[in-house]
Write a protein that binds this ligand. Structure first.
Ligand SMILES: *Cc1c(COP(=O)(O)O)cnc(C)c1O
Length: 355
């Protein structure tokens, strides 16, 4: 890489942050991004394409994707006025950090989903990270102490947690959200279909709480980019001010309407994913040197004696995974998505060869 002269006008906080670390690969078995291994069903794709063709591409889309928000509200049993949509929930994390983090505090755990910490650093918020407990559960008392130590900002909690796949007790999460007072509390539920957990009641119970959900995982629509927040109409109004106008394009809106009209395919896929997760973890349970850690999501951590060697071995077998060994507490760990049954068979065989 060439050394470039920094552009003086770029904020120091932006210059300091490294670019998002992701290297695309061409391996046939892609288990590195927690995607659904199956594409959108072919007949729904055909319907979505004809719906796209019928729209006027010369016109700006619905300003705040009102029709899509209405349909998501109907699907989730949530008032439309409390639904905010953006191209992926990653965008919502940026906007929530703008809403309640800049000039204030972003509180989360460590390790955690890298986007929370990345946005806090880019936007110049004070970042406070509390280490997870040794069993990866939420450090409830330590987080409560930090909530009391700083003026209100935004608290990010992921359930199931990423990258560990751990789900905490509802009592622990409720305890934390109740202690959070005037903080904005974000419950990121990107993988909730795989754990059967649902924090909508906690969001309804207090002000300043949001559930983040996405079409990128269980719905198998990561390529279309759509995520949403469920919250109170008051908080949605404030958050919506930060959403750029015409943010969700006409084609995505048309395709998502089709998915929400015929969501039946999701349940069968989630069931298969959960069953396959159990099968993979059981198959690796007696491994002599690696430990597959329990997970409630569509991925799991594999603790190996040497993450670099394990990653390279799996890649040589055509399987791409994600190294997590630079995170605190995750020495030796790879994060591995659950694939199709055939992909999982290949994974089991390749991990079995590891020593
Ligand atoms: C995958 C993921 C998301 C979803 O991101 P999108 O931008 O909606 O694709 C959100 N939070 C976590 C923790 C994730 O792992």
């Amino acid at each position: 890489m060439t050394t470039q002269t920094p552009v003086a006008g770029v904020r120091a906080a932006v210059r300091r942050v490294p670019a998002y670390p992701f290297t695309p690969t061409n391996e046939p078995i892609k288990l590195d991004q927690n995607e659904n291994p199956y594409d959108f069903p072919a007949e729904l794709k055909t319907e979505a394409l004809s719906r796209m063709a019928a729209r006027e591409w010369n016109r700006y889309p619905d300003l705040h994707a009102d029709e899509l928000r209405r349909r998501i509200g109907a699907f989730e049993g949530w008032p439309e006025a409390g639904v905010v949509v953006t191209p992926g929930s990653n965008v919502l994390i940026k906007l929530l950090t703008e809403l309640a983090g800049i000039g204030q505090t972003v509180l989360t755990v460590s390790p955690t989903f890298s986007v929370y910490t990345l946005e806090a650093q880019l936007l110049g918020a004070r970042l406070v990270e509390v280490p997870l407990n040794a069993d990866f559960s939420l450090p409830v008392e330590a987080l409560k102490a930090e909530l009391g130590r700083h003026e209100p900002g935004v608290l990010y909690i992921t359930q199931p947690h990423a990258p560990t796949g751990v789900v905490d007790s509802l009592a622990a999460v409720r305890d934390l959200t109740e202690a959070a007072g005037d903080w904005v509390v974000v419950l990121d539920e990107a993988y909730h279909q795989y754990s059967g957990t649902d924090y909508r009641d906690l969001v309804r119970a207090g002000e300043g709480r949001l559930s983040l959900r996405t079409f990128s995982k269980a719905w198998g629509l990561a390529g279309l980019r759509l995520g949403y927040a469920l919250t109170s109409p008051e908080l949605a109004t404030q958050l919506q001010k930060l959403v750029p106008a015409f943010n969700v394009n006409t084609l995505t809106q048309a395709a998502l309407e089709v998915a929400l009209e015929q969501p039946g395919y999701v349940q069968a896929r989630v069931q298969e994913g959960v069953q396959e997760r159990g099968r993979v973890l059981a198959a690796l349970a007696d491994h002599p040197t690696c430990r597959a850690l329990p997970s409630q999501a569509n991925f799991f951590l594999l603790r190996t004696p040497d993450a670099a060697a394990a990653y390279a071995h799996l890649r040589a077998r055509g399987i791409v995974t994600r190294r997590q060994d630079s995170f605190p507490g995750l020495a030796g760990c790879l994060r591995i998505g659950i694939g199709t049954p055939a992909e999982n068979d290949a994974l089991i065989a390749a991990v079995t060869e590891l020593r």
